[in-house]
Design a protein around this ligand. Structure first.
Ligand SMILES: *[C@@H]1O[C@H](CO)[C@@H](O)[C@H](O)[C@H]1NC(C)=O
Ligand SMILES: *[C@@H]1O[C@H](CO)[C@@H](O)[C@H](O)[C@H]1NC(C)=O
Ligand SMILES: *[C@@H]1O[C@H](CO)[C@@H](O)[C@H](O)[C@H]1NC(C)=O
Length: 304
């Protein structure tokens, strides 16, 4: 792996032209109230809409297929935004040669100083393993990447990827197994924690061959396009807000109202803690908290 700092710095930019297109599309959608529907996408249509390249979506039974080719990738976002809860989706990633491609499943708030929770699946050459990169942005600041390999081939079957989020911690789960916890260390360490900004649920497939695969050394081989990732079984069990809701705390801030605030969700259970340790020991391949050369001083949440 080349120096992660360069990769990360590049990765943060996340396809600027695409985000610009996405933003323009979203503004346009918002102002005109014209919502492109993906014909026949059961379960997708109610919750989501394409926010760029709607022609790169295809429905097949309960699956929503996102296609990347040399003309474009594509992405979707939820119609509503959510504060806290559990969000899951099943994904079958690009098969065969997926080098240079990134499939993303994430949550993000709108506007500046945004909060964001990312799963980014970094493609690879045929037969070489995918990596899962996770990241947490709080108030506009990310730089909290971890990378994991997986204990299965994510391209042959659907697997469930989930984000659990309450006031105490955030968990990234793969088939119900926590691979990462971002704990609320606001009081103990003065680290900002996402808790005031509702987030949308988003997904995309895009070309990131400047950094994604083997540090950007392996480029997307367009003769293997189209690259297709399939999504299904979207499940959002969260406090729903419309983007106009001004006071998010009124609706979603009431302690005791939602299951994720129960004492049993104050921290990971014993079984999940064991699983997390197992994943950390066997599958963690990069952790920003261990990357001393990258930071002049390690981020506060990494210490203690
Ligand atoms: C968020 O970032 C903005 C601008 O960088 C800063 O002014 C503000 O104090 C930050 N808020 C929190 C809660 O850290
Ligand atoms: C791709 O495969 C190579 C060789 O096995 C490995 O070093 C790398 O971590 C894999 N993943 C990515 C995203 O480069
Ligand atoms: C791209 O794929 C084609 C078809 O499999 C192959 O012939 C070619 O060598 C590949 N290009 C690179 C740069 O690997």
């Amino acid at each position: 792996m080349s120096h992660p700092r360069t990769q990360m710095a590049i990765s943060k930019r996340r396809s600027p032209s695409c985000s610009l297109i996405a933003l323009t599309m979203m503004v346009w959608l918002w102002s005109s109230h014209v919502v492109p529907r993906v014909a026949g996408c059961d379960g997708f249509d109610e919750l989501f809409q394409p926010n760029w390249a709607p022609e790169h979506f295809e429905c097949e039974g309960d699956q929503t297929k996102l296609t990347l080719d040399s003309s474009s990738g594509c992405g979707f976002g939820s119609r509503k935004a959510y504060l806290f809860g559990l969000t899951s989706v099943q994904i079958k990633l690009v098969q065969g040669d997926s080098a240079g491609t990134v499939t993303a499943f994430y949550m993000s708030s709108d506007g500046p100083n945004h909060d964001e929770l990312d799963f980014e699946f970094l493609g690879n050459l045929s037969g070489e393993p995918y990596l899962v990169q996770t990241n947490v942005y709080v108030n506009g600041t990310g730089d909290r990447e971890q990378r994991h390999s997986l204990w299965f081939d994510p391209t042959t079957d659907f697997h469930t990827y989930s984000l659990f989020w309450n006031r105490r911690y955030i968990t990234f789960l793969v088939d119900g197994i926590p691979i990462r916890v971002f704990a609320n260390k606001e009081e103990s360490h003065g680290v900002p924690y996402p808790k005031n900004q509702p987030m949308r649920v988003l997904g995309s497939v895009w070309n990131a061959d400047d950094w994604a695969t083997q540090g950007g050394r392996v480029k997307t081989n367009w003769s293997h396009a189209p690259f297709v990732s399939s999504f299904r079984a979207f499940d959002i069990d969260a406090c729903e807000l419309s983007p106009e809701t001004a006071d998010v705390t009124t609706k979603c801030g009431q302690l005791g109202r939602y299951w994720w605030d129960r004492p049993s969700f104050n921290e990971l259970g014993r079984r999940q803690s064991r699983q997390l340790k197992w994943v950390c020991k066997k599958y963690l391949v990069y952790d920003y908290c261990e990357d001393k050369p990258r930071f002049s001083e390690l981020p506060k949440e990494c210490v203690g």
